[in-house]
Design a protein around this ligand. Sequence first.
Ligand SMILES: Nc1ncnc2c1ncn2[C@@H]1O[C@H](COP(=O)(O)OP(=O)(O)O)[C@@H](O)[C@H]1O
Ligand SMILES: [Mg+2]
Length: 435
Amino acid sequence: MDHELILRSLRRAVAASPDDRALRRHLARTLVEAGAGEEAIAHLSTLLAADASDSESAQLLERALAASIDSAADQPDDGAVDSAPTSADDGPTAPESGPRAAELASEPSPSAAEFDWAAAEAQVDGLVDPMFVGGDGDEPDTGAFDVERSGLTLADVGGMQHVKERLDAAFLAPMQNEELRRLYGKSLRGGLLLYGPPGCGKTFLARAVAGELGASFISAGVADILDQYLGTSERNLHELFELARRNAPCVVFLDELDALGVRRTQTRHSGMRNIVVQLLQELDSIGADNEGVFVLAATNQPWDIDPALRRPGRLDRTLLVLPPDQVAREAVFRVHLRDRPVESIDLAELARRSDGLTGADIAYVTELAAERALLDSVRSGTARMIGMPDLLAALREVRPSTGAWLDAARNVVLFGDDDGTFDELRGYLKKSKRL
Ligand SMILES: Nc1ncnc2c1ncn2[C@@H]1O[C@H](COP(=O)(O)OP(=O)(O)O)[C@@H](O)[C@H]1O
Ligand SMILES: [Mg+2]
């Protein structure tokens, strides 16, 4: 408990003066001692990236890595608990997690390892209330939507210069500068639909915009809106827009719009049709004023969106978010390697060799590389940094995940009705010789 308090103030202090090396090292040491290896490794990597000769940090990193290797080496044992035929009559032992568990891992505690929680749960099933319950229905309806507190900013988004410029022109600049808005007589309303293959950073980008805008960004996942009860989803949507109107100027983010704004002709389910109608009404601000309410939406399936949603004043602008180009890939690699223990990484080389991969694919490559270095360290017993060979090996394993999406897109552009919505997509497919 005390530990947690100290850690919290230390974290705050480091956030306030990120360049204070002694302070950051102190935080890292405390984290190592508390068993929070991953977080410690991130700080130590930051320190070592700025000064590789910092031997104190290097030693701490060794310790942190060794500790995380220990807990990784314990994993297979944990996994065996589920499959091993164990008897349920060993006394129950309180499950441990977090730092304390890491301490306990070195103590022999056979009963903890052998107690079969699944079997025990099956035995008491129906006798006692479940440990965790879904939040459906019981929660108060107000305050269901969050004003985002994301630490991300646009600077964390690698590359994507073109997309950032469009976002800036469409609403960031006008929102942050009322004078300019008046000068150009530009009203701040309407919306922008981000679309493109999955994993290319649409949600990530929106979270970065949220970080830029702070309190004036409201994010709503489809799960927050859709409700099984008749009429509740519509009411949720209305509440969302009311909240935005009260907070104007404000950006409302609707992620995975395809689940919400499907073509009315496609929905056999009349409930879904009502939701689309409600969304149209909110966008047209029937009986309300949408000035200063800007809607940002994202989808992997723009061709499933009701065309009525794209009329002027609604989601009237579309923006294609593509797999990252070489410059962007370099940035994405940098972002994902920044907090890991790496050495001698040639980012340009990685970017050259990852053509076609999405941001999510690249994130996965760095995961695989880290896993490889970790396993290697477990085998050899000495911790080592993640190097180019790990990343190149991981790159050979990962294939671009965009294939299916591009095929679907090609069909839409070739055979769908063309109202100019997908011009940008058509251009891209032509340029990449897929049309
Ligand atoms: N430009 C980028 N810079 C940094 N990371 C990125 C970028 N694009 C994608 N990523 C990574 O890929 C992950 C998946 O992206 P996401 O925004 O969920 O894709 P989408 O919403 O388009 O399906 C993100 O969480 C992030 O880690
Ligand atoms: Mg997404």
